[in-house]
Design a protein around this ligand. Structure first.
Ligand code: ADP
Length: 287
């Protein structure tokens, strides 16, 4: 089988254990899933359930204690130097906090151009054109390139981080709570933008969020995590319409309902279960 015939990503029996001195935390245990070309896999669970750890393990930022992560059929722990370089081009990330990918001391055009300079160096004018094109695709104007991160709103900064993540046309984007820090009205805009760019580029997304109502909009399939374990999985429609676990139902109940009595009951149930209450007006704005 050629590399292109394999899924973009396969995670098989992944376990991640953090060690700090003699203290060990088993953050993820026996997690398996794959992601096909152009597919969005949603990873949902309460805070501390291991979602970010899985994203980090895929990016090589958390230790793979057991199991295998394969990119296009090749175990990422046994890549040659050239393959590792290709992987850092093909797999990009969008974090919750865009500050982490934008240098506050540099105009944002610099940060968007950086992956191109590293992986596909070209004459200055060519790189500049690619940056302008990308700015336009995320809904910003060319003159934004000269401005600094502090001059943009949170939503604009996340658009800039998306431009930087997508400029090399990656095959897979790990999106770790990409809209959780944004105002509700802006969340919908950014989700719609991500969906639009995915349709244009064919990239696959691993979409990580604690919020099932958001995950469901973008995802084809969903994996539900609790305490580092997979507790439920299925198509986005199945998980959203007919969750089998009470835990998943509680994650779903984060979405608002128009009836204040029902909403209060759901909020109380969530609080009793230790899940943070959150009102959410985003659903109606997502296309
Ligand atoms: P989530 O993204 O679902 O909120 P995380 O993957 O961040 O969950 O965390 C899963 C578990 O691993 C938690 O118990 C957390 O405290 C622990 N953890 C996360 N990062 C580290 C780390 N660097 N060192 C030790 N423990 C960690």
């Amino acid at each position: 089988m050629s590399a292109e015939q394999h899924p973009v990503l396969e995670v098989e029996n992944l376990a991640v254990e953090y060690r700090r001195g003699r203290r060990r935390t088993r953050a993820v245990e026996n997690v398996s899933f794959d992601i096909a070309d152009g597919e969005t896999l949603g990873l949902v669970g309460e805070s501390g359930s291991g979602k970010s750890t899985i994203g980090k393990a895929i990016l090589g930022l958390a230790p793979v204690t057991e199991g295998i992560i394969r990119y296009r059929g090749t175990d990422v722990s046994s890549l040659t130097r050239a393959q590792r370089r290709a992987l850092t081009r093909d797999v990009q990330v969008i974090f919750q906090d865009p500050h982490s990918s934008l240098d506050p001391t540099k105009p944002i055009g610099y940060s968007i151009a950086e992956p191109v300079q590293i992986h596909e160096p070209a004459p200055k004018a060519v790189v500049r054109e690619r940056v302008y094109e990308m700015l336009c695709r995320v809904g910003l104007s060319e003159d934004a390139a000269q401005r600094f991160p502090a001059q943009f709103s949170g939503g604009q900064k996340q658009r800039i981080a998306i431009a930087r993540a997508l400029i090399l046309a990656p095959k897979l984007v790990v999106c770790d709570e990409p809209v959780s820090a944004l105002d509700l009205s802006i969340q919908a805009e950014v989700i719609n933008l991500m969906a639009e760019l995915q349709r244009e580029t064919g990239a696959s997304y691993l979409f990580i969020s604690h919020d099932l109502s958001i995950v469901h909009y973008l995802s084809d399939r969903i994996v539900v995590l609790k305490g580092g374990h997979v507790v439920e999985r299925g198509s986005a429609e199945e998980i959203y319409r007919d969750p089998q676990q009470d835990y998943t139902r509680l994650l779903l109940d984060a979405a608002p309902v128009p009836d204040p009595v029902v909403q209060a009951r759901r909020t109380a149930a969530r609080e009793k279960a230790g899940l943070s209450a959150r009102t959410d007006a985003i659903a109606s704005s997502i296309r």
